[in-house]
Structures are given as structure tokens and as C-alpha cells.
Design a protein around this ligand. Structure first.
Ligand code: MN
Length: 191
């Protein structure tokens, strides 16, 4: 087994009420574990057997891309939260957000609107190019900005499995609540 299930940096119930314990247990323990298992099977006896995850995502397609993309996406997703963090970005990321979106509050509004406007299953990312220029990218299914040469900084999962148990169909409410648990120190470390 080359790839392993990423360890959560918090207890399964630690993000409540924003993300419930049962959602974490299914999302991390079942959905992500399945992507990891599929990825390990699909790379066997291929040129990707010893490749790193980002290389696989950039260079593969089909089922391999879908499973590798979802492993990369969820590894970023689950390690960007902290209980009751209620924080805001600081330092050069905060400055770049202000320069690009006017204010942090306006960035949040644009990010949420992009998530509500994403049709079907997918991901919403704050990404940076090689010069540090920020953009919000919407990706369907397993997409990740690395395929566009961008670095993913913050990712919100808008597949229903991320919120249905806690919010049913209310995606907008879920996205609004997620800000309460973003660990900006982890996000800034990627910038
Ligand atoms: Mn997911």
C-alpha cells in the first residue's frame, strides 16, 4: 500500500457543530478510504507506481485521475481545519486577499457564491500562481488547480457527502459555517 489515509489533526467530533462526527466518520473513514484503496490498486504495474500524488493528478486521466484527485483534494481539505478557530488570514496571504478582493469579507462572499454556483459535485479552491497571484477556481468532480499549474491553498468540498448529514440540501448554509473552522495557519503555510 503506497498511499495511506491521511490522519486527522483533530478528533472526529471536534469540528461540531460545523461538521458533525458522523459526517467526519463517513467522509474520512469511508469515502476517502475508498479513494485511497482504489488509487493504490490502479497504480499497480503502471508508470505511476512510484510517482508522487501531484504528478499522478497532473498526468493521469479516467478512473486513476478521479481517485488520485480525490485523495489529493481530501488530504488538503481535512488538514485545513481546526476546532473553533474562528480566525482570519494574516501576513502576506491576508495582504494578497485584500489586494485581490478588497476585503476578507468580500473574498468570503465571492468564494461562497462560487460554491453555490457550482453545478453538481465538485470543489471550490483558493489558488495561487507562481507569482503568488490569487484566484478562485471552481472544479467539477475530482478537479484540483494543480492541473492548471496553480497551487491549491484552501478547498471547500461541495460534494453532497461533505454536508448532507448535517445540512441536507442547504449547501450555502454549510459553506457559510465552514469559515468558523478554517485553520488559517495551515492555509498560510501553503502560500
Ligand atoms: Mn469529499
Amino acid at each position: 500500500m503506497k498511499f495511506e489515509l491521511v490522519k486527522l489533526p483533530y478528533a472526529a467530533d471536534a469540528l461540531e457543530p460545523v461538521i458533525g462526527k458522523q459526517t467526519i466518520e463517513f467522509h474520512h473513514g469511508k469515502h476517502l478510504q475508498t479513494y485511497v484503496n482504489n488509487l493504490n490498486k490502479l497504480i499497480q504495474d503502471t508508470k505511476f507506481e512510484n510517482a508522487d500524488l501531484e504528478t499522478i493528478v497532473r498526468e493521469s486521466d479516467g478512473a486513476l485521475f478521479n481517485n488520485a484527485g480525490q485523495v489529493l483534494n481530501h488530504n488538503l481539505y481535512f488538514t485545513q481545519f481546526a476546532p473553533n478557530s474562528n480566525g482570519k488570514p494574516s501576513g502576506k496571504l491576508a495582504a494578497a486577499i485584500d489586494a485581490t478582493y478588497g476585503t476578507f469579507e468580500n473574498f468570503q462572499k465571492e468564494f461562497e457564491a462560487a460554491g453555490v454556483g457550482l453545478f453538481g459535485s465538485g470543489w471550490l479552491w483558493l489558488a495561487a500562481d507562481k507569482d503568488g497571484k490569487l484566484s478562485i477556481t471552481k472544479e467539477s468532480n475530482a478537479g484540483n488547480p494543480v492541473t492548471k499549474g496553480l497551487k491549491p491553498l484552501l478547498g471547500f468540498d461541495v460534494w453532497e457527502h461533505a454536508y448532507y448529514l448535517d445540512y441536507q440540501n442547504r449547501r450555502a448554509d454549510h459553506l457559510k459555517e465552514l469559515w468558523k473552522i478554517v485553520d488559517w495557519k495551515a492555509v498560510e503555510a501553503r502560500y
